[in-house]
Design a protein around this ligand. Structure first.
Ligand SMILES: *Cc1c(COP(=O)(O)O)cnc(C)c1O
Length: 438
């Protein structure tokens, strides 16, 4: 008797973000093919990918244009080290990302995943200050509920107990400051009021730690892993001004919210500001290949420039600037330009919002229905402890891949869903909600 793919996976593959024992009752979903917004299972079922396969996919699975670009790159150059060598995709991508910041962030440092981008930004910030004669600036500030990755370094600025508590003795803890999460609004308060309140607390912290803070790191507009906590752009404006005033770097982690997710190409644009360091990953390669980049300002780059090797930024990863991954990213940027994606997404996001409003705003268990561009979410009141798994299973039965964070149901569809697909997705969520609460 031959073992099924599921049995073999559970025996040989240690799955991420998973208590493996739960798979004794919760079956894995074996995916063998992808087609636009759809995933196709081993037994031929079609599932709508409502969360862009962990927020990475932008233009659908097996996108013909990205596939073609990758095939072409594959025949030219699959990989070469980026120390001492360079290649066209790495150069062109760095230039085009810089252009997307109007040249404000003109230097791109590549890595392979989001957590590494966080680590790079933290190291770069500290080391830049050190090179400039401020070695005492060795502290970082992050927001309550922040998520910046799960390596030991990135956990320092991640504030999600479930991912962090077990490793507390290993982690050099950053200071957390209040989140501007708009759900905290008191009666009569606007989201901008909450933002100003949080900025006030940030100022107090910067004041108390004057001269010691290297950087503040934020997820602009939407704190993803916290459960899609959304805030007013006013917070970013004030944070920018405070970082300038107290001589700290502002690191924007746009690993999840970059590449059009919140309605603008970068989320920080909605505040009319630029960070000093910008972390990008996830959607950067259209969801094809692991790639991340940290973009930085000229002053930071200059702080490392000189004859002394030890003053340089010596960080490296084996696959830094992989040509295939960079080429997927270039094909992704081409689609943004050729299809006027940000404009098309406005209509798509409006429709998603209307559908969610119709299905959920009157639901007795639904709280804080919220949306920012192509991210929408609501919280579920009175959810059972295993709500997330129950909902996930029920959604699969209804034909959709949706994976709540705790009691927060969220939608982060790829930018290729049409009206019928969005309707199917929301209908599946409505069926799943009732089943998960039954
Ligand atoms: C996913 C994510 C990360 C970590 O990226 P990985 O590639 O999973 O290491 C960091 N920051 C934010 C905001 C994220 O959403």
């Amino acid at each position: 008797m031959s073992a099924t793919l599921l049995q073999r996976s559970l025996a040989a593959v240690w799955h991420p973000c998973t208590q493996m024992q739960h798979h004794e009752s919760l079956p894995l979903t074996p995916i063998v093919r992808g087609e636009g917004a759809w995933l196709i299972t081993e037994d031929g079922r079609r599932l709508l990918d409502g969360i862009s396969s962990w927020w990475v996919n932008l233009f659908g699975h097996c996108n013909p244009r990205i596939n073609a670009a990758l095939r072409e790159q594959l025949e030219r150059l699959e990989h070469v080290l980026l120390a001492g060598c360079t290649h066209p995709p790495a150069v062109e991508l760095a230039e085009r990302l810089s252009e997307r910041t109007d040249g404000a962030l003109g230097h791109a440092f590549y890595a392979s995943d989001g957590a590494s981008a966080t680590e790079i930004a933290l190291k770069m910030s500290f080391h830049a200050w050190r090179n400039q004669g401020f070695p005492q600036k060795d502290r970082f500030l992050c927001l309550e509920g922040s998520y910046h990755g799960e390596t030991v370094g990135a956990l320092a600025v991640t504030d999600v107990a479930l991912f962090k508590d077990a490793y507390a003795p290993l982690v050099r803890q950053a200071d957390t400051v209040p989140s501007p999460d708009a759900r905290q609004a008191a009666p009569g308060e606007t989201p901008a009021d909450v933002a100003r309140r949080a900025a006030h607390a940030l100022q107090a912290k910067l004041e108390a730690e004057e001269g010691r803070v290297a950087a503040l790191i934020v997820e602009p507009l939407v704190q993803g892993a916290a459960g899609m906590a959304m805030h007013d752009p006013e917070y970013l404006r004030q944070a920018r001004a405070l970082c300038d005033r107290y001589q700290a770097h502002l690191i924007c982690d746009e690993i999840a919210v970059g590449f059009g997710r919140t309605g603008t190409f970068f989320a920080h644009e909605q505040a009319g500001i630029r960070p000093d360091l910008l972390c990008l990953s996830k959607g950067i390669s259209g969801g094809y290949l692991p790639l991340s980049a940290v973009l930085c300002r000229e002053e930071i780059f200059r702080a490392f420039y000189g004859v002394d090797l030890r003053k340089g930024f010596l960080h490296s990863h084996s696959y830094t600037g992989n040509p295939l991954a960079c080429r997927a990213a270039l094909a992704t940027l081409d689609i943004f330009e050729e299809d006027d994606v940000l404009v098309a997404n406005r209509a798509r996001a409006n429709l998603l919002g209307r559908l969610l409003e119709n299905s959920f705003s009157g639901h007795e268990a639904v709280r804080h229905l919220r949306q920012r561009g192509m991210i929408a979410a609501f919280d579920v009141d009175g959810a059972p402890e295993d709500f997330s798994r129950r909902f996930f299973m029920a959604a699969l039965d209804a034909g959709a891949l949706l994976r709540p964070i705790g009691n927060t149901v969220y939608f982060m569809p790829p930018y290729v869903m049409g009206a019928p697909e969005l309707q199917t997705l929301v209908a599946a969520a409505a069926a799943a909600l009732d089943k998960a609460l039954a």
